[in-house]
Design a protein around this ligand. Sequence first.
Ligand SMILES: Cc1ncc(C[n+]2csc(CCOP(=O)(O)OP(=O)(O)O)c2C)c(N)n1
Ligand SMILES: [Mg+2]
Length: 409
Amino acid sequence: MNDQPLRLHVPEPSGRPGCKTDFSYLQLLPAGSARKPPVDIDPRDTADLAVGLVRVLDDDGRAVGPWAEPIAVETLHLGLRTMVKTRVFDSRMVTAQRQKKMSFYIQSLGEEAIGSAHALALRGDDMCFPTYRQQSILMARQVPLFEMICQLFSNERDPLKGRQLPVMYSNKAAGFFSISGNLATQFVQGVGWAMASAIRGDTRIASAWIGDGSTAEADFHTALTFAHVYRAPVILNVVNNQWAISSFQHIAGGEATTFAGRGVGSGIASLRVDGNDFLAVHAVSRWAAERARSNLGPTLIEWVTYRAGPHSTSDDPSKYRPADDWANFPLGDPIQRLKQHLIAIGEWSEAQHEALVAELEQEIISATREAERHGTLGGSAYASAATIFEDVYHDVPAHLHRQRQQMGI
Ligand SMILES: Cc1ncc(C[n+]2csc(CCOP(=O)(O)OP(=O)(O)O)c2C)c(N)n1
Ligand SMILES: [Mg+2]
């Protein structure tokens, strides 16, 4: 026998700086080609949808196929506004970070449709367990920009009193669970919350979020098992933006199967969806929410998108991928695609779009100015040190009282 030396396979990205990405690995399918099953489908029968791709908007901006459902024009306008607001906010906050007004920032450039359309498809009191790239949920839920910017500036009006990194928002009123830097925890927490909601006989469902890279964490698989076994009322969102900092999605296991494929293997109805298609995100989110609300169990959705910007303000992606990669990403820009659709159906114009961007720029500039009045990073206006003793215990224990007295505050 001719024994060959054994070797491992180490996946490589299909593009590198100076070498254009070959995006054929995405195995895209035409808009309108994916079927729309009834919400009570047996999870095993979603295997084709987990490797396929639900798309509604075609290249000409028309809504086609079974997932193209009637949607109010007001929802489309609100969706566009939410996406543009998120993008303008991100861009302004990156500049503010460069001006040293905050230590760190994470933008969601190119991924704005996912959180925007998803949040608009849920009820306002459904509970979200987001990562650091779903600020569009806060925008959709109309959280005041002033509050968000004070958190970023860690100033005296920071609602989190300087205890969280910038961007790691927490907003109970908006159903937005505290963002944790410990990735994948959102999945177990979201499933646990959904189980508690069912145990209490509540009607609110949960929506949990994870990135492609973070699915390699054990928490992802634990969450899938609990969600499946107890048919928890939860939507399990995997944002596949192709990258986990400098690691290509194949390294997390996206090469020979899809991330949605993991769900089918766990007994969960699963779909792979064009995440840059506002209409597809909205329709699939509604479908998954109806399943959860009807006690039909969890749905796992892989949103295919592209992280158009750096991972964070501490990253330079031109070191590991072509600098113009996003321009060649075949699913395009979610804002341009919804805008093109609205223009095609006679409900929008270039002039209206320009006016919208200008209006939102002004809103964000005013909120930034107002927040700056209460301090920015490095200034002297921040939460008092005494606040470290607050918000944990209802009745402060004696030893903390003593420590506080020792500090003289
Ligand atoms: C448990 C854990 N491991 C590692 C990190 C460091 N880390 C921060 S972001 C990141 C990449 C995550 O990529 P992905 O899950 O694809 O999400 P994306 O940033 O693309 O939205 C890593 C490895 C972390 N924060 N937590
Ligand atoms: Mg990623």
